[in-house]
Each structure stands twice: as C-alpha cells, then as structure tokens.
Write a protein that binds this ligand. Sequence first.
Ligand SMILES: C[S@@+](CC[C@H](N)C(=O)[O-])C[C@H]1O[C@@H](n2cnc3c(N)ncnc32)[C@H](O)[C@@H]1O
Ligand SMILES: [Zn+2]
Length: 339
Amino acid sequence: MPPRLRCPKCGAGLCELACSECGVRFPKLGEIADLRVFDPPYDSKDADWQHATELLRKSSQVSLADLIVFHFQSRPGPEGVTLPPDLVRRYINFKVNAREREQKQREEARSLMACLGVPVADGGLAVDIGCGTGGALVVLSAEFDHVIGIDISMSNLALAKKRLEEHDVLNVTLLAGCAESLPLPDGSARYVTASDVIEHVRDQERFMRDAYRLLDADGCFRLNSPNRYTLGREVHVNVFGVGFLPRAWQSRFVQIMRGIPYEHKRPLSYRELVCLCRAAADDKHRALTETEVIRHASIPAASTKGLLRRAVISSPFGAWVVSTLERRFGRSYVALLWR
Ligand SMILES: C[S@@+](CC[C@H](N)C(=O)[O-])C[C@H]1O[C@@H](n2cnc3c(N)ncnc32)[C@H](O)[C@@H]1O
Ligand SMILES: [Zn+2]
C-alpha cells in the first residue's frame, strides 16, 4: 500500500487530495494527482497539463517510442526555441532507453550498497524523484512492494504511464510534484533514487534534505549527476568546456556555440556535491565517482576500455590516481546517503 500523501505546502496529511490545514484541494489528471507547488522549468503548469492530456489521449494508439517522438515534435524546445536535430535525437534516445540505463544503475547501486554494508532493500516502498519516462519505475517495481514516481512534468508522467502499461506494471503510483516539497511523509521509504535530476531542480539543498527526510531506518538514497568540470562535453547541450566558465557566462557561451539558452541546468562539482550530502545527512554519506563505483561494485567491464580501466584501478596507486582525476574531471558522480 502506498503511504498517505502529505500536503506539499504545509506538511499536514491529505484526505482525498484535500488539505484540512491550509484548505487546498489538489487536482488530478486521469489517475495522476497534481501536487506541484510551482511551474515546471520549461512550461507553465497549464501548458504542461494540456500537452499531457494530448499524450494520454494518443497513448492507446501508438507505441511508447512513437509517443516520445510525438512529444518532442509537437511542441517547441525550452523557451520556445527550436532545438538542433542532434539534441532532439539525443533527448529522444535518452527517454526511450531509460529502462536499460536504469537497470544498469540499479545493479550498480545494489552491489555498491552490499560492499559498503548498507542494507540492500527488498520490499517496502521505493521512490523515484524526477522519474521522467519511468525507466527506474519498471526496474524497481519487481523488487519493492510499492513504487512512487514523482516528476514536475505531467507530460513526462504521461509517457511513464505508457511505459508502465507496456510492461504490465501495477504497483506504481505516479505523482506530479516538486522535488523540493515532496508530498510524502517522513521515514516512509526504503529506497529513494534520483537519476540526473539534482542538476535540474530549483533548490538543490532543499531537494537533498527532502529526499533524505523520506528514508526509513534502513533507507538508502542514491543519486547520480553529471560533473560540472568534466573534460567531456556538457551532456545536455553537447558542448565542451561549459562548466569551466563562471556560471553567469555559461548561458551566453552556449547561446553562441549552439544558439540555445542554457537554463535550469546546474551541474555540481565534486566538492559541491559532497557539501550538499553533508548538509543533508551529517556524516552518514558517501559521494563516489564513476571509477569508485566500478571498483566497489565489481561490475563486469563490457568493453576493452572498461577492461583497461579495471586493470589500472585494481592497484591501490592506480585507483588513487584515477579516482583523483575523475573527481576533478570525470563525467559523473554517484552519491549514496543512508540512515
Ligand atoms: C534528465 S531528466 C531524468 C529523468 C529520469 N530520472 C531518467 O534518468 O531517465 C530530469 C527529470 O527531472 C524532472 N525535474 C526537474 N526539476 C524538477 C523538480 N523541481 N521536481 C521534480 N522533478 C523535476 C524533469 O521533469 C525530468 O523528468
Ligand atoms: Zn496544507
């Protein structure tokens, strides 16, 4: 059974989506309750609601992949800008392949938790914050009694609903909500995950605190996020060097390089991520880089590059050099927080 929802505005318990404390009654689109307290990044709530309604209507006629293509083709990009075709392809692939990506991440999380002595959760409630098109929801639905997927975009939730239907998943509840004001009670979740979300939220500190608040006594929170100072391309816009500029110059730079704005994106440095973990969870935290995850999690290396990397990081000195470099310049981080 999913837990009783709490009012995202005042924290009181909700009864039939109505709050007796602050008097707000939250609406529902189909089966998806709308508990958002502010607009999604690129749209107003109303425009997003309308687009989601259209997706839900079309959903029974087409496949998930076709629905995702329709989603991108039938509306403008951020701030009404037309996105370059390579980025549209990139975003479509990201959404279509969400389940495969999440499957790999979940396997890594399980072995990491086991290596670090964190209880590996089975059963209970799992919450995916910023669930997007629901890749993790399908994966987690097989392991937990109930799963809640929360996202600020009703359109993404309409796509997630289609994915759940395609996989005959029945133990998942979708909620439109803000990561900074989660509509769930303290200590209600065994496992909380947020994949590629923290760099998009309005208030990263509140997001971390609220996610941690959900954990029960054995709970674990896993997140991953791209590195601000990666030597590779900035993942959202496919441009080198963005993170090395002062934040105030980044949007101008991306505008010049790609002709699109760089807004609602704030990838963190390793130090920033560790500081946020500390602030949210005192000393019960770990932040790890990709290499450290591979080292801890004994994941089979799929490529020659992976094998080489594994050979280097299996010696203590190699591991130290590679992980120091990766902390500074690697592609992404994983952070684990638990009680
Ligand atoms: C890059 S996508 C990642 C989606 C999914 N976790 C995945 O890995 O496929 C980021 C997601 O975060 C959601 N998001 C952004 N800001 C949010 C907020 N403040 N609260 C909740 N979700 C948010 C977006 O709507 C989007 O679905
Ligand atoms: Zn209230």
